[in-house]
Write a protein that binds this ligand. Structure first.
Ligand code: NAD
Length: 347
């Protein structure tokens, strides 16, 4: 496609172009963190529309977020994810909570390269970030994981755990929506052959798990630090699950980006800073890019309890979307659209 043509990829196009290939997307996200470690990612703060200032407003009333980034290095692409979250969409409308679009732009010309469904990209990259974190921070022989929340994100979290946890056998799942948890477990047991167990309580799901991943819409903590075994890796995908007391009970705090994580209302690190538990300068946290690039050792003993809190970054979306676009171009997938067909109105 030349000139002002760009590619539109529907959700089906994204899937056909490898959008559900978790192993490939974990690899893309790992490379993105290496580019970040080289200082080649430019990512201004997210812009968010909310409808109230009350605590937990994102989880209660939803929001729309605009997340821009330029990612250099091998990616050399700019883009934006536009992602509304509507908490009652699943129950009231049978729609996903989040329905996103991603726009990619050519850095050199500024012209659009693609507009695509961002729902699949966003859910997949969020799983992949957990995958990269667990690959680099867990001991490596874990057999048992726990998922809190059985929504859309639980599917891609599990996909990623399967990629990076070769010994994974059993997954305990807790969601107060018991039917959703049971549907999730039976669908995933059929698809993966894993021992999927729908737990009666969060405590029953968390105790004994070596990797714990909350991806809930809860407005309060969903687990107690006392339930965590030695050696656990906890990945806080959703914001409000980890109580502030978790910090004293754990050995290492890893974030995807300190500034983004510690300034986003309600995120674990933001609450730690607000509560005076850790300083605002980030000196008590490690960035995942430093672990991936080998600048920080990450886990140094099998007994350490490690918490990872990835707020989710535009660079994840932009690089995953670029990967999908490259596949789509190679495979001839998508619809050609034009910014304009003739000369520009003005020079
Ligand atoms: N960090 C990131 O990069 C990132 C990216 C995308 C989404 N998220 C977050 O992931 C979370 C899940 O998203 P989703 O699309 O799966 O939402 P969803 O609405 O599809 O599912 C959320 C599930 O959480 C369950 N839940 C509510 N309270 C709970 C509790 N106390 N314990 C266990 N489960 C509980 C709900 O019943 C629901 O089934 C959201 O909070 C979202 O903001 C984070």
């Amino acid at each position: 496609m030349a000139g002002t043509a760009f590619r539109y990829l529907s959700q089906e196009d994204v899937v056909a172009a490898g959008g559900l290939d978790m192993a490939a997307i974990v690899d893309v996200i790992e490379r993105a963190f290496r580019v970040k470690a080289e200082g080649q990612v430019f990512m201004p703060p997210k812009v968010m529309i909310t409808w109230s200032d009350e605590p937990g407003t994102e989880e209660k009333h939803g929001r729309i977020m605009a997340m821009p980034a330029y990612v250099g290095g091998e990616f050399d692409v700019a883009g934006l994810k536009w992602i509304p979250s509507v908490p009652d969409n699943p129950a009231r409308r049978g729609l996903p909570r989040a329905n996103a679009l991603v726009l990619l732009s050519d850095r050199e010309t500024g012209l659009p390269l693609a507009v695509m469904d961002g729902t699949v990209v966003s859910a997949m990259r969020t799983g992949a970030v957990t995958g990269v974190a667990v690959r680099h921070l867990a001991a490596g022989d874990e057999r048992r994981a726990c998922l809190l929340g059985a929504g859309v994100l639980a599917h891609t979290q599990l996909d990623a755990l399967r990629v990076v946890m070769p010994a994974l056998e059993r997954v305990d799942v807790y969601d107060p929506d018991r039917e959703r948890a049971q549907r999730f477990c039976s669908r995933q047991a059929d698809a993966t052959g894993l021992d999927m167990r729908s737990a009666d309580t969060a405590e029953a799901a968390v105790r004994g798990a070596q990797v714990v991943v909350p991806a809930t819409m809860s407005v309060q903590p969903t687990f107690d630090p006392d339930w965590l075994d030695e050696g656990v890796t906890v990945v806080l995908v959703s914001s409000l699950d980890g109580p502030v007391s978790l910090h004293a009970a754990t050995d290492l705090l890893v974030v995807d980006d300190w500034v983004h994580e510690s300034t986003h209302d309600g995120r674990y690190a933001e609450r730690l800073v607000r509560g005076g538990v850790v300083p605002a300068d980030g000196s008590q946290a490690v960035e995942l890019s430093d672990v991936v690039a080998g600048r920080h050792p990450g886990r140094t003993s099998p007994q350490q309890r490690i918490v990872v809190s990835p707020v989710g970054l535009a660079m994840d979306d932009i690089t995953a979307a670029k990967h999908v676009l490259d596949n789509a171009v190679r495979l001839g997938i998508g619809t050609e659209l034009r910014l304009r067909s003739g000369s520009p109105v003005w020079e």
